[in-house]
Design a binder for this molecule. Sequence first.
Ligand code: PEP
Ligand code: MG
Length: 934
Amino acid sequence: MLNKKQIKNWLYRFGYDTDYANSPLSKAICDEQFLGEAKSRTAEYSAVFEEHRQASTPKLPLEIEFRKRAHADRSLLGNKGYGLAQMSYLGFPIPPGFTITTDGCRNYYDQGQTLAETIWDQVVAEIKLLEKATGKQFGSAPFPLLLSVRSGAKTSMPGMMDTLLNLGLNDETTELLGHATQDARFAYDSYRRFIEMYSSIIMGIDHHLFVEVVEEMKAAENVHHEAGLGLGALHAVIDRYKKIVWAHTGTTYPQDVFEQLRKAIVAIFASWNGPRAVTYRTLNHINDQAGTAVTIQSMVFGNRGTDSLTGVLFTRNPSTGEPTLFGEYLINAQGEELVSGLVTPRQITRQGRQAIQDKQASLEEAYPVVFNELRHLAMELESHFKEMQDIEYTVEQGKLWLLQTRNGKRSAKAAVKIAVDMVCEGKIDAEEAVQRIDYNQIEQLLHATLDAHQSIEILTHGLPAAPGVASGVIVCAPEEVAALSKTENVILVRGETSPDDIGSMAKAAGILTTKGGMTAHAAVVARGMGKPCICGARGITIDMENRLLLIGQTKLPMGSYVTIDGTTGAVIKGKVATVQQKPFPEFVTFMGLVDQLKRMEVRANAETVQDATVALSFGIAGIGLCRTEHMFFNVDDMRLFRKMILMSDATARLNSLRELLVVQKRDFKALFQTLHGLPITVRLLDPPLHEFLPHHPKEIAELALQLGCPLDEVAGRIEELDEVNPMLGHRGARLAITFPEMYAMQVQALFEAALEVEQVALEIMLPLVFDAKEVIFIKNIIETVHQKTAPHIPYKVGVMIELPRAALQAATIAPLVDFFSIGTNDLTQTTLGISRDDGAKFLDSYQQKGLLQDDPFVTLDREGVGALIHMAVVEGRSANPNLKIGICGEHGGDPRSIEFFESIGIDYISCSPYRVAIAKLAAAKAMRFTDVRR
Ligand code: PEP
Ligand code: MG
């Protein structure tokens, strides 16, 4: 059974008139301090928080007054309910209503998908209060109360769950509404909309059947817009709607308004687990247990004539981040029309209208009083939330109502600009700014844009809905995207998108629609996904029958290439070249904030001047891993390297080592010069030999020819070197034990190169060691060469910890070296006993069956490999307090692994050059865990 407090917790009221406002708030608050702390943590922590919250709620029987609702809890009220509660707290004009919290949704599922009577009783009681607040009556005369019933999870999932408007209309109340408003046309238009929504959402009838009826009626009446349909036409439409409902269900939809409401609540709870919502949650890593709230409000109408309108507005430009209002509106319409993208909306500002050369008057020009009030409220909301707001509003017969406010989705560029601007405006601090940017956004900013030095054929333009450039094959059927996207980049081309397309949008490289505006579904979703998107490219006709696009005189068959530039709105023929974006000023400032906040150094893995230069442009602290065997990747050097490996007699090998010395010295010198004294960790040879030798007879013959050696000799030596298990074979430090002259050559090249440059901070690293005696042996080789070559050049020596035994021996190895660099690739391979080359074949199945959460080669296995690393850190440091410890495996560029490295006090991470910015951001974000974890 449900206890009284639980029932109260399910309902949260935001009031309107004073009476309503003074009623006690039916909401318990939880431990505020814990809430504040926990809210800023990651999903992993929110699970703990959720447990704590659930445990603590019953113990805190605190009820707060309505006006103190600033304490509202977003996870209970959902994003929409939370925004409304806040606006109510601020005294803003919102239609009165209440929210059934996410606890209600969880209860619905706990009870086997039934709405508990206790909750329903509370809803009915709330409706009575709502009637009192509005002076209207639910389901009866003289003025029927109509409701909007909306879903709303904690994390906004635009369009993914159901919403019902105009609820409370039936044959009788429609007639009453017509009398009460003296506008029968409006009443019947609302009724038609309600039947349409109710029948498709609750009764599962295909929405397009209703759209077709309206389209036919518009054609018959010779009108372009639904607003042109007269009362007679609306009656006819409603009759046909009722017939569709009857034909599909053998029943009519309920005339009882309470039954309508109950079914609507249930439908919204059920839509939490609908396919669209589930896909969206999977894509966005949203907790399945979070549930949706249901917000029930008195309806206001944007479709009551030319003094009524509806619109959306962002407090800053969501594409560029410019601090100017940005939004659209439709006269005499309801909000759903705007979101559907079926009609072209007008701009709210004059500037916005001019930017897209729209001839229709902006809100600022056509309705200046409303515009000014809206602007004022919008700016207040932004200041209150300290975040860019996405606001839905409606004007009913001249009166402005705010229907929703939430943090607006934005492009990556806008996100960075807004975060930096808000720091400058004193709205947020640097830590908050850093937390607001996610890794995908940084990746997008490092993406390419169109190369201006090429001729391109622009086919048409649409609205630049989400920035970035993508080339791909044209696909117009969403169901074809999944298969094609495995082999090709896909541009999904649609009239407009709907939430059902979310899966295919996620797989497409870019999205192009022929209808809709900048706030249409496609635009909002693409922006959030960070995909280039063009909306409303009206010059394009999709010919599904002949599987082609018609753009002016051009016919493009599906499957042919187009490029979309979501920054300019240009649709371009074919594949085109792109260039890397130059960092914009706010990006540079943002990375400066990141640098200030992070503790760990970030280095790059690089062995060429080109990679080092890219890495330097991201502001690295040095090179953390120079894999010397990778320096032989060009054809000539590879030939020399192979020759050296293949020489079985010592003299011949020494000769080829001499040749290699020249090459190595040249390359080391170039790297040292590029780094201008920044540290460089040069790892001595670690080639799994099989990777460097040919295996096919044709290649072996070619190599023999190149080397001028008899074929059978070369083939014989390759066979001799062949290993059953090369990854665990003759590689790393083991090479130095058998062929000390190889490492001696490399060290000589290093010191000779160092002698020829002005400054260098040289760190020599030994791979794949497992014992202190190995380290002593190799250090002797190094020191002997050092004394001979450049005794006055300082250098450091370190080892890679990439074998479990090396980690276990950390205390004996640490006193011999200056640093440890943890090779998490090999350490993962050898700790799990899973080949890093073959693991992918079965690791997928582990993940699918829930046996592993992540691929351990991507995100560090904290419990196993992480435990070994932690032990090596603690024991290594206690044996050598000056020991510096870094990470140089791929995990050094993985945010979740970086969070762990921060928590165990790693000194630096090293990753590939293009990951540097992400690694830095992860290191900065991880600082919020530092005090908690260590
Ligand atoms: C590692 O093993 O983590 C490492 C950096 O070395 P490599 O990938 O070259 O084996
Ligand atoms: Mg390794």
